[in-house]
Design a protein around this ligand. Sequence first.
Ligand SMILES: *[C@@H]1O[C@H](CO)[C@@H](O)[C@H](O)[C@H]1NC(C)=O
Ligand SMILES: *[C@@H]1O[C@H](CO)[C@@H](O)[C@H](O)[C@H]1NC(C)=O
Length: 209
Amino acid sequence: MKTPICHVLLLLFPLLSLSFYVAEPSPFNITVDSPPSTPFNITRGSSLSASPNQISYWLSPSGIFAFGFYSLCHETSRYKVGIWITDTGRTPVWSAKSNSYEPIYDGSSLRLNHKGVFMLQRLGFKEEPLFSNEMERASYALMHDNDNFIIYNPNSLVIWQSFDYPTNTILSGQTLKTGKKLVFNYEVVMQENGNLVMYNEYDLYRWQS
Ligand SMILES: *[C@@H]1O[C@H](CO)[C@@H](O)[C@H](O)[C@H]1NC(C)=O
Ligand SMILES: *[C@@H]1O[C@H](CO)[C@@H](O)[C@H](O)[C@H]1NC(C)=O
């Protein structure tokens, strides 16, 4: 298994403690709080949690794509909800746009509740719907092998799909519809030494050999 570049970076930064490195989970150790009732079929009651010791995600059938919490490289206790490629050092390909700018920390969770709404619980905050409020109630969802996360109603009709909301990349098969934007994830962080540093998750991951 390759060492994700984050680990290397963490070791290079003397300010960061080695315990971070030790606590970083193996990228292939899946944990789900309430697993889907059949493999890959995310049904009501399924849930995930953001935790430093375990990675929590739902896989596509071939295992190429995962949907769940991924940690931001430079700050392992903060997460995004999104999709990443599992076999290339966890390259994020899509991230959920949230209504709130509050960060997602350890102990936050995501579940498809019994009413059919994906709810994000940020630690210390009220639970809120992850996707748009107007969405029809979900019966189940699937992470597909083409990187599309699709939510279905009880009649198996598509009510929401990540392909309609491109963020980090456009993959083959995906189109950029008129009026839709491609959103990149930049973060600007004020360091303790007064340095203002802009991070692009993609630049970090691109170092991966
Ligand atoms: C997966 O995580 C669990 C819980 O942290 C741990 O006990 C187990 O050894 C891990 N397995 C692998 C293959 O990393
Ligand atoms: C997933 O589960 C739902 C609810 O149990 C079911 O209606 C649906 O047919 C399942 N879909 C797949 C692809 O397994």
